[in-house]
Every structure is written in C-alpha cells, then in structure tokens.
Write a protein that binds this ligand. Structure first.
Ligand code: GLN
Length: 193
C-alpha cells in the first residue's frame, strides 16, 4: 500500500515517519502525477491559507477533489481538516470544501495556543494523547457526518465515509492508532486503486 502525504507546507515529515512505522510506503505529493500512485492521502497540519493557495498554484485542487469524490480515502489533520471543510467560519480562504462540516479556525483561544489532552475516541477503544496547536474545532455537521471524538464539548474528530478529519496532531505522538485506523479505511476501499 502507498499513501500520499501532501507536502506543500506544514507537518508532513512527521506523518511520513508514523506511516513508515506502520509499514506503509509514503509518497510526498507536490504535483498531480504523484497522486496516480497512492491509495489514500493525508493533508497535514500547517497554515491552511498557505496550503490552500499552494494547492491551487500546483494544480492539485481539482484532481484531489475529483479523487476524493470518487472514493479515495483522505485524512485531514488540523489545517488539513480546515481544508476539507465545506464551510470555514468567517473566511472565504481557498479549500477543497468536500466535507459537510463547518469549522472555526484557532478556536481554542489565544491564551492556550497549544496543549495536550487525553481525548476519548470510542472507535479506538479508549483515550488518545491529542496535541492541539492553534487548533480548529467543528462547529456544525450535516447528518451524514459521524462524530468520532469531542473534547471540552467541541467536536474534534469526525468521519464522512472515506473522509476522516481531526483537529489535533496525531503524528506528534508515539501512538499510531489513528494512522492505523486510516490505513484500515483504505483497506476497506478495495474497489479503488
Ligand atoms: N491555525 C492553523 C490554520 O488555521 C492550523 C494550525 C495547525 O495546523 N496546527 O491554518
């Protein structure tokens, strides 16, 4: 199995390390042709306005949207989640806009720029050490979206079919269970290649 990690800006190197620990081959995706060889893609954390603009500049926005709509599994973390969202509170910045959620950027307040918390994630069986860095949260979901985790009364992880998103940075811990969960989503999609 080969998984792509969008490598335009942000925390893509740490995702590569985790996926390789899980025994997966990783392709850094910077150009449309890099998408041809992967069965799933991770959109990392970073700066969502920058990644969104670069996705357009590098000709990736249209092809990525097409592939995800055709069933390719995608996992967006932090800025990656923002880029997947249909609605971003109070901004019209570029995005893929394919997940039926409304997100709010930098939503946990300026005083707490970053923090770590044990978040209960029932699909994983118990808690996960979640690192939040100027993190967004999900304000609203459509009925076709499942909530996978909440923290402090806010939705911080969700899934809509082949689309997985979380507000925190699972690549910054030694706990690989969320990446394993994403790998199992790719294995489920046998018809896609
Ligand atoms: N605050 C960033 C943004 O809005 C996201 C932060 C992150 O990815 N760690 O793009």
């Amino acid at each position: 199995m080969k998984i792509g990690v969008l490598a335009l800006q942000g925390a893509f190197l740490d995702h590569k390390k985790v996926l390789e620990r899980c025994g997966v081959e990783v392709v850094h995706v910077r150009l449309p042709e890099h998408l041809e060889e992967v069965q799933g893609i991770i959109i990392p954390g970073g700066e969502s306005t920058t990644i969104g603009k670069l996705m357009i500049d590098f000709g990736l926005k249209g092809i990525l949207t097409e592939k995800i709509e055709a069933g390719m599994p995608v996992f967006g973390t932090c800025a990656g989640m923002i880029l997947l969202a249909k609605n971003i509170y109070e901004t019209d910045q570029p995005r893929l806009g394919i997940m039926d959620i409304t997100v709010k950027r930098n939503a946990f307040g300026r005083q707490v720029d970053s923090f770590e918390a044990m978040v209960n994630i029932p699909v994983l069986g118990n808690v996960f050490p979640a690192v939040f860095i100027r993190a967004p949260y999900i304000m609203e979901i459509e009925p076709n979206v499942s909530i996978l985790a909440e923290f402090d009364g806010k939705i911080v992880m969700a899934r809509q079919g082949n689309i997985l998103a979380c507000a925190f940075h699972p690549e910054l811990t030694n706990d690989d269970r969320i990446h394993q969960y994403f790998i199992s989503m790719i294995k489920e999609v046998r018809s896609y290649s």
